[in-house]
Design a protein around this ligand. Sequence first.
Ligand code: SF4
Length: 331
Amino acid sequence: MFDGPKPLVSVKDLKMHFPIYAGFFRRRVGEVKAVDGVSFDIVEGETLGLVGESGCGKSTCGRAVLRLYDITSGSISIDDREIGATPQSDLRTMRPTMQMVFQDPQASLNPRMTVEAIIKEPLDEHTALTEAEKREKVGELMDAVGLNRKFAKRYPHAFSGGQRQRIGIARALALNPKFIVCDEPIAALDVSIQAQVVNLLEDLQEKFGLTYLFISHDLSMVRHIATRVAVMYLGKVVELAPREALYRDPLHPYTKALLSAVPEPDPSLATAKERIILQGDVPSPSNPPNGCNFCTRCPSVMDICTKVEPDYREVQPGRYTACHLYNDTAG
Ligand code: SF4
């Protein structure tokens, strides 16, 4: 998909459907198509932003890529290992390579463990380091994320939200991962400290050569951190493009609407910007529309859109979208 260096992460036609059970006998009556045929690559050292409104499937997608779920179908290759169908018990050896930073540091840290114990836990599970070596490593990790080593014996409640997220990041870094899924890592933080955490993630990326899948509904923040951006709607990626191209000239009608709602920092451009208000609600992922899944809300909808699902394909070099408007240019 991506012409250039070999991808570290390659996801093809990933589906994550959750069954719906109902009635006295708990029969399966349908499924929620949370992720429905998503494909993307992430090159070593880059940040792929994954954006979309809440409920579009982006967090489920991130968790599925790390195999926190048993996926419905598709292939996931990370660091040359296909893990789409690997049994959970065999994934343990891969866990050090791939890690996750969660949205809510409060919920993801055990309140009964000290910071040292929290950061040390992956080292206990996956390494043969001595206790002294592990303590030293914890100290180094605390330095790397900007936490004072003196606080290693304190509990998570003694820290602010931003500091707790730093603890979560230190823990994610403990086993020298190559790939980190950052799932809305700043959404639960005060606006005043969001930028600090994003800057920290950027610094760590440079220092340790990390590759990120950065999941967020905040398009301004994604513009700041991402190399390329994928836009999700109702379980599918509808557009993927290099950052600047996407923000300057979005192709898919949904991307255009999303970006029209982002405040423009340049006042001379702000007045020229027209806000696109989408009509209607996002359909249920258990009952998506026929044809294009955006056809019920698209300002450019055509006859074909309600009948034929548009292919997701490269319509300009490095730019992918799924929309009938670009069928002629696809070549
Ligand atoms: Fe809109 Fe049709 Fe394109 Fe879907 S395929 S985004 S409905 S124009």
